[in-house]
Structure formats: C-alpha cells, structure tokens
Design a binder for this molecule. Structure first.
Ligand SMILES: NC(=O)c1ccc[n+]([C@@H]2O[C@H](COP(=O)([O-])OP(=O)(O)OC[C@H]3O[C@@H](n4cnc5c(N)ncnc54)[C@H](OP(=O)(O)O)[C@@H]3O)[C@@H](O)[C@H]2O)c1
Length: 248
C-alpha cells in the first residue's frame, strides 16, 4: 500500500453527509480543522454540500458512496486512500426509515430488506472496507448513528411516541440490530486502539421524519462529534445520547 505522509490533518469520512445530521457532523468536525470526506450517493447533492462546506472554510472533499453497493464502497475506500492518504474517524450516519406505516402485520419483505441493507449491512460493508485505513491511525474512532428507538428497554416500557417513535417493525429493529452489531465489533476490536460507539441524535427535524423533529440537525450532530473526538481512554461498545448512556 502506498504511504502518503503529506496529509497531517485528522481526517474523517461521514456517510450520508449531503444533508441533515450528517452534513452538520461534517461541518462540526471541519470546524475543528479536520479534513472531511463528504460521503453521498447523489453527485449533485454531494457537490452542493462540498461547496457549501468549503465556502464555510471547511477542508471538505466529496466521496461518491452508496452504502448498499459493494463496488461503490470499495471505490470510496480507494478514493480516500488517494485523496487523503489516511482515515482517523468514520461516522456511519447514512440511514433510511423505509417509509411509514410499518405495522408488523402490514410490512412487506422488501421494506424490511431495504432498511436492513442500508442501516445494518451498509454499516458493516463501509466499516470493513475502511478498517485497514483506520487501523493505521493513532486514534481511530467509529461512530454508528443509531437511535434511541432501537432500545428494547425503552420500546417495551410503553413510553410516549415522542420517546419511542411510531410503531415500526423495520426502522426501530434495524437500529437494535445495528446496536448488537456494534457490540460485536467492540468485542473483536477490544485491545486495539479503535473505539466504536453508537450515537442517538434525539428527535431531529430532517427529511427522515418530514421535518417533524424538535431538535436542529446541529444539535443532533453534537453527540456524534463527541464520540468522534473521544480521548484514547474513552468508552467503546457504548450507546449514547446527549444525556448519557441509553439502556439497551
Ligand atoms: N432525524 C432524527 O430524528 C433521527 C433520530 C435518530 C436517529 N437518526 C439517524 O440519523 C442518521 C441521519 O438521519 P437524518 O435525520 O439526518 O436523515 P436525512 O436528512 O434523511 O439524511 C439521511 C442521509 O443518508 C443518506 N443515505 C440514505 N441511503 C443511503 C445510501 N444507500 N448510501 C448513501 N447514503 C445514503 C441520504 O442521502 P440521500 O440524500 O441521497 O437520500 C442522506 O444524506 C440516520 O442514520 C438516522 O437513522 C435520525
């Protein structure tokens, strides 16, 4: 593998960074003076986001990336190697709900497959493609964007919809699955310098929920930025929101 020593900036890749919370994570990490790869599947939306970030003074570069596509993810890993020569932080932010309603008795297998392919398998695909680069970093961090709706403890406590979201047999369990997957990564990576954690941004006004959320994308980005900048003795395999640890 070619060694690039020219990039001395901490470098991050954020998936689904063209809008919403992912865009604000890119802006926030960029404001720290980091180099940020804007992972996005649509050329126009990606270029617009990169331009907007650059206009705000961020050292941003575009990374064509569809998390459901093996070739796209492999090409993204090569592009980061070539453009940045390093990767310190990966934020697996891209996600879909699969559309509502999602009553268990009404869901279609295709709806389930789409959501799991993006929210779970997509994260595994991207993480595994980028781990070789991440492992070369002195302090690699992986942040997986989950949601508190993936908490079985909260779902089974029959809380209000603001806390547990609508009934959703694809989206919420996809985040529970992602939580379980992240715990397995933390086990395998135990004893290495890779810290991998789950973030819940709260209920944020984005396209994902028709802008019904009550928090701003910037507020939603804060927990991911905190987990992306953990010190070497920080936690791994944890599930966090702004207020602290979320019960599984
Ligand atoms: N908003 C909330 O209240 C909330 C709460 C808890 C957790 N979250 C999580 O936070 C993350 C960001 O969501 P958001 O609210 O910011 O939603 P959003 O505005 O809809 O953004 C989702 C992002 O993911 C991208 N994406 C979807 N499928 C993709 C694929 N196959 N490959 C690459 N990118 C893909 C979208 O790209 P396109 O523009 O191309 O579609 C978009 O950039 C998600 O994981 C979501 O589950 C959100």
């Amino acid at each position: 593998m070619t060694e690039h020593t020219s990039n001395e900036k901490t470098t991050a890749l954020i998936t689904g960074a063209n809008k919403g919370i992912g865009y604000e994570i890119a802006a926030g990490l960029g404001a720290l003076g980091w180099r940020v790869g804007v992972g996005a599947r649509d050329d126009g939306r990606r270029e617009a986001a990169v331009e907007k970030l650059q206009a705000a003074g961020v050292d941003a570069f575009g990374v064509p990336l569809d998390v459901t596509d093996d070739d796209s993810v492999a090409a993204a890993a090569r592009l980061i190697e070539e453009q940045a020569g390093r990767l310190d932080v990966l934020v697996n932010n891209a996600g879909v709900t699969g559309g509502m309603p999602q009553e268990p008795t009404l869901v279609s297998p295709d709806q389930l497959r789409t959501v799991v392919e993006t929210n779970v398998i997509g994260v595994i695909r991207v993480t595994n493609a980028l781990l070789p680069l991440l492992r070369r970093s002195a302090s690699p961090r992986i942040v997986n964007m989950s949601s508190s709706v993936g908490s079985l403890a909260r779902q089974s406590a029959a809380a209000d919809e603001l806390t547990v979201g609508p009934i959703s047999v694809a989206y919420s369990p996809s985040k529970t699955f992602l939580n379980a997957v992240t715990v397995q990564y933390a086990r395998e990576l135990h004893g290495t310098n890779v810290l991998i954690n789950l973030a819940c941004p709260g209920f944020v006004a984005t396209d994902l929920n028709g802008f019904r959320g009550v928090r701003s994308p910037e507020q939603g980005a804060a927990i991911a930025i905190r987990l992306a900048t953990l010190p070497d003795d920080g936690p791994t395999g944890g599930y966090f929101e702004d207020a602290g640890v979320i019960p599984w």
